[in-house]
Write a protein that binds this ligand. Structure first.
Ligand code: C2E
Ligand code: MG
Ligand code: MG
Ligand code: MG
Length: 291
């Protein structure tokens, strides 16, 4: 390259980087405002028991009701926000929304546990357990109705700190899940010492469960590992009845996926919340076909 070409290349690069920075900054400014303006909403996806079809838990998944861009999924903003300290504020705002909903359902006689996703960065904040305890007290929600989901990779960034935080959350009575299991690098000896009571097998292994022998082996092993460590095992991303039946046969406890329900706004999820009615919905979980 000539010096001139190099220079213009650098300029183009700088311009692109600059544009990129500016759009990130704009997004972060908008997120800050959106928290204050309550533009974030939670949709809920049931976790369905494979053995009795009952929904005892739902997972809260954040959406952004953006003033001009419509309803945005987490992929459109979480990764950018996650690179800054703002994620902690967003996490606390989401926790607040989830506990408001939990309290509303509890006062309607609907006893359902709500799972909130934590970002990796939340596990850097030693203040988190105290903040969670405050939020529970403020909303008058017993800790048993809250679950927090953390990913394997989030834990491994600083394993000692993560274990400290999870232990204190567990002492509050909050349940903990290991999300997207199988995609990170946690060692089994580390898992053994975590106060986590649920393992969520990543969707990528469930997708091709029936067509891919390796995925079948991995899912089978994950279910056994989870059970041997005293955890309940959840399969994410279940879309086909055949996968549901295979998972039940492998001893998997719970499933989530479009087969049962996508994430839905609070009003639309209520018919799935059967615990209160004493009359579990059985159509969510058809019996295995008898041969
Ligand atoms: P996740 O916690 O593993 O959530 C599961 C994702 O899979 C959700 O995507 C859900 O809509 C999607 N899903 C559920 N069932 C199916 C299915 O049968 N097939 C397919 N193809 N997908 C299915 P969503 O809502 O876009 O969330 C994506 C990720 O964003 C979540 O993965 C989680 O890591 C993150 N996220 C969502 N809400 C929050 C939040 O409140 N805070 C933080 N920090 N992260 C969040
Ligand atoms: Mg999750
Ligand atoms: Mg997950
Ligand atoms: Mg996942």
């Amino acid at each position: 390259y000539t010096a001139k070409q190099m220079q213009s290349g650098v300029e183009v690069y700088t311009e692109l980087a600059d544009h990129h920075d500016r759009s990130r900054l704009l997004l972060l400014t908008q997120v800050r405002r959106a928290i204050a303006d309550r533009q974030f909403v939670l949709h809920y996806q049931p976790k369905v028991s494979l053995t009795d079809g009952v929904v005892r838990e739902v997972e809260a998944l954040v959406r952004w009701q953006h003033p001009t861009r419509g309803l945005l999924g987490p992929a459109e903003f979480i990764p950018v926000v996650e690179r800054t300290g703002l994620i902690h504020q967003l996490t606390l705002a989401i926790l607040d929304l989830a506990l408001t909903q939990a309290q509303a359902w509890l006062s309607d006689g609907i006893a359902v546990q709500i799972a909130v996703n934590l970002s990796a960065r939340s596990l850097h904040h030693l203040t988190l357990p105290g903040e969670v305890a405050d939020a529970l007290a403020r909303h008058g929600v017993p800790a048993q109705y809250l679950r927090l989901e953390v990913t394997e990779s989030a834990l491994m960034a600083d394993p000692d700190k993560a274990r400290n935080i999870l232990t204190r959350l567990n002492e509050l009575g909050v349940s903990l899940s290991l999300d997207d299991f199988g995609t990170g690098y946690s060692s089994m000896s580390y898992l053994k010492h975590l106060p986590v009571d649920e393992l969520k097998v990543d969707r990528s292994f469930i997708n091709e469960l029936l067509r891919n022998a390796e995925d079948t082996a991995i899912v089978r092993a994950a279910i056994e590992l989870g059970h041997n460590l005293g955890m309940t095992v959840v399969a994410e991303g279940v879309e086909a009845p055949e996968a549901q039946h295979a998972l039940l046969a492998m001893g998997c406890d719970t499933a989530q996926g479009y087969l049962f329900a996508p994430p839905l706004p609070p009003h639309d999820i209520v018919p799935y919340l059967t615990v209160h009615a004493g009359q579990p919905r059985t159509d969510l979980c058809p019996r295995r076909p008898s041969h």
